[in-house]
Write a protein that binds this ligand. Structure first.
Ligand code: SF4
Length: 246
């Protein structure tokens, strides 16, 4: 089995616990206005890589993983290449390596359900908390897929890290955080991270001949972001945001 890989991060410290091999898979069905990796969208770009080659890379890095580290499948949207994901996650299981799947929740079917169950941790990027806002941000009418994934994660008590990009005027109000907390209620939530919007991906859009779609968005003001993190901490004290911890 092989699939298309956009790139790797060999000592990733953000996408899951410990140090990790992060494999960014090619292909994404969403078109998020603020996407900083539009070069991951095309399903036929990137490099064709075998599961064996990924396992080989993982084994070389394994001494650095320690007790907590492992492999993270990210993208793009990894669930866009379901069989490839499944075989990589099965290899992690076989070798006893911790695995994480970083998804936007915009794809869902029976195969996705099987793949999600194979991952030790789900990192879920919740773009928005209602169908209209979600579609306006992602360009796709697929909020039902996220709702199905959330229902499945609740029923299985899978460990989950939730992330949301916060932008001024988009979702930087206290009520937005309360809606986010409501959306993730019932999950086995280990972290809830608020990531300030940035436009570092703008040059990639231009290089691809695309018009940047988030020119009206701004990073949240630091004091606003701090207040939003406080709302999260007060209402869900067990959800750790490392950016507020230190
Ligand atoms: S899900 Fe991620 S990769 Fe896909 S468009 Fe959105 S930000 Fe970009």
């Amino acid at each position: 089995m092989s699939g298309r890989v956009h790139s790797y991060e060999t000592m990733g410290a953000l996408d899951g616990p410990g140090l990790r091999l992060v494999v960014f898979l090619q292909g994404c069905p969403l078109r998020c206005r603020y996407c900083h990796n539009p070069d991951t969208w095309a399903t036929d770009a990137g490099q064709e890589i075998s599961v064996g080659e990924i396992v080989h890379r993982m084994q070389r890095l394994r001494p650095y993983f320690g007790r907590r580290g492992g492999l993270t499948l990210s993208g793009g949207e990894p669930l866009q290449q379901p069989e490839f994901c499944r075989d990589i996650l099965l290899a992690c299981r076989r070798l006893g390596v911790h695995s994480a799947l970083d998804t936007s929740g915009g794809v869902w079917d029976e195969t996705c359900r099987e793949i999600v169950d194979l991952a030790d941790l789900i990192i879920l990027d919740i773009k928005a908390t209602d169908p209209t806002a979600w579609q306006a941000l992602t360009g796709r009418d697929a909020f039902a897929a996220l709702a199905d994934l959330l229902a499945h994660l609740r029923s299985t008590s899978h460990p989950v890290w939730v992330r949301q990009v916060v932008a001024e005027g988009l979702n930087d109000q206290p009520e937005d955080m309360l809606k986010l907390l409501d959306t993730v209620s019932g999950l086995r939530l280990e972290r809830l991270e608020l990531l300030p919007y940035h436009d570092l991906g703008r040059s990639k859009w231009e290089r691809l001949g695309l018009q940047y779609a988030a020119h009206d968005l701004k990073p949240p003001r630091p004091e606003v972001l701090a207040a939003l993190r406080k709302i999260i901490a007060v209402n869900w004290p067990t959800a750790t945001d490392p950016k507020t911890a230190g």
